[in-house]
Design a protein around this ligand. Structure first.
Ligand code: NDP
Ligand code: OXD
Length: 308
């Protein structure tokens, strides 16, 4: 039973030590150290090349180093290989912090204040009480639900949207295409936490964004591929949207000269909303291997046909 790890070297050192202490029966290999490809049952990677996958005849599980799995070429993976996304407390904690910061930044007018400071203008804006600010989260998974739990503490009027129906305390939940309009109509701030799949690519486009209330604000902390960049720019310039905070772009890094860099009503961060934490991720992965060995369902097993 051997795990092949092909990711960040610093994280690799932490994982090696944890595997040695807590799961010594599972071999841990990190290239360039030599290994027998036939011994590899598990691969932990971000974006493994097709040749690597093809070289591992006994691979059973591809573990994503991150929460997303959109970076994998699902169609190119042998059908018997399970794909598992990373579910670990560090990723959730990071996203809860980021989403809270982003919602508060937009709610408390950080973008107009940044412009006012640049012009040396003392220009107070009337406060909107949190209960009068409607915040909607697209995606009610591991991250969406945790973020809504944190936002509830501020008293925002909360909604959520997902593929299948959910019930979340203190949140008006909607699901599916039939309830999308009702959801969008109640979002002064829209936060995207969807996985990137064939169904969700380009979902943040003009057709959807115009259904938000006039002056709405957008946060995308999911994937750059969800957003149609020109549609956002047009709707900001037309005044239908008033601000956006983007952690993710397409492509990444954002190329020099891209209009997002200098747009006065866009705040950018470089895909840092949340990061896999080395120690808790190693333990989460060991726990999943143990479940697999015991014939139990693994946390975060991806429905490959669905893409998440
Ligand atoms: P989950 O798989 O736990 O949740 C996904 C949610 O999206 C589910 O509620 C699901 O609905 C919903 N969903 C999926 N497809 C659709 C659709 N077509 N229409 C409506 N709802 C849909 O994912 P996580 O919460 O763990 O992560 C979400 C994403 O966040 C990741 O895939 C990744 O891209 C991104 N991410 C970004 C990070 C960053 O640093 N910027 C860090 C970590 C993650 P249902 O519940 O019905 O299945
Ligand atoms: C992830 C990410 O998916 O960092 O974990 O975006």
């Amino acid at each position: 039973m051997t795990l092949l790890y092909t990711s960040d070297a610093v994280r690799g050192r932490v994982w090696r030590a944890i595997f040695a202490q807590e799961a010594a029966d599972i071999g841990f290999i990190e290239p360039p150290e030599p290994y027998d490809p036939a011994a590899i049952r598990y691969l932990a990677a971000w974006s493994p090349p097709a040749e690597l996958i093809a070289s591992l005849p006994n691979l059973k599980i591809l573990f994503s180093i991150g929460a997303g799995v959109d970076q994998f070429d699902m169609a190119g993976l042998p059908p018997h290989v399970d794909v598992v996304r990373m579910i670990e407390p560090g990723i959730v904690a990071g996203m809860v912090e980021y989403a809270t910061m982003a919602v508060l930044a937009l709610h408390r007018d950080l973008i107009p204040y940044r412009a006012a400071q640049a012009d040396q203008r003392w220009a107070p804006i009337k406060l909107v009480p949190a209960e009068q600010r409607r915040v909607g989260v697209m995606g009610l998974g591991q991250l969406g639900k945790a973020v809504l739990g944190a936002l509830r503490l501020f008293g925002f009027a909360l909604s959520g949207w997902s593929r299948s129906p959910h019930a979340v305390e203190g949140v008006t939940c909607h699901s599916g295409a039939a309830e999308l309009d009702a959801f969008l109509a109640e979002c002064d701030i829209l936060l995207c936490l969807l996985p990137l799949t064939p169904d969700t690519r380009g979902i943040l486009c003009r057709d959807l964004l115009v259904r938000l209330p006039q002056g709405a604000m957008l946060i995308n902390a999911a994937r750059g591929g969800h957003l149609v960049a020109q549609d956002l720019l047009d709707l900001l310039d037309e005044g239908h949207l008033s601000a956006a905070m983007l952690d993710v772009t397409d492509p990444e890094p954002l190329p020099p000269g891209h209009p997002f860099w200098s747009h006065p009503r866009i705040l950018l961060t470089p895909h840092v909303a949340s990061m896999t934490r080395a120690d808790s991720a190693a333990r989460a992965l060991i726990a999943n291997i143990r479940r697999h060995q015991a014939g139990e369902p693994m946390d975060g097993l991806v429905a490959r046909g669905r893409g998440y």
